[in-house]
Design a binder for this molecule. Structure first.
Ligand SMILES: [Zn+2]
Length: 108
């Protein structure tokens, strides 16, 4: 039997995100409606970035920015926080090989 694939964050991981944002005074009021109580969602988001090379027919080099999401329980507004910038990845954005997947387009 295949191992169950964990896709949801654990309570400990959610607490890590909350603590990191609290330490940076970044868990305050909703930017849209002004209500308190932004909640960390139990899944991560990943933003895919494209290099200039991919736009001019060069090799596609995918880079992602994993991010924590907070949702406002009043209006549903979403906030995103890059995990690397809040100290929750071992390497930070700008360092080599952060969230990179192998290059595509070299196997012709
Ligand atoms: Zn709101």
């Amino acid at each position: 039997m295949a191992a169950k694939r964990e896709i949801n964050l654990t309570k400990a991981q959610l607490e890590q995100i909350k603590q990191a944002l609290d330490e940076r005074s970044a868990s305050g009021l909703c930017l849209r409606c002004g209500k308190a109580g932004m909640l960390p969602m139990n899944r991560l988001m990943s933003f895919e970035l494209q290099t200039v090379a991919s736009a001019i027919s060069g090799a596609v080099r995918e880079v992602t920015v994993p991010a924590a999401m907070l949702v406002c329980p009043n209006c549903g507004h979403l906030d995103f926080h890059a995990l690397g910038m809040i100290g929750l990845l071992q390497m930070k954005p700008g360092e080599d090989h952060v969230g990179e997947t192998p290059e595509r387009g070299d196997d012709k």
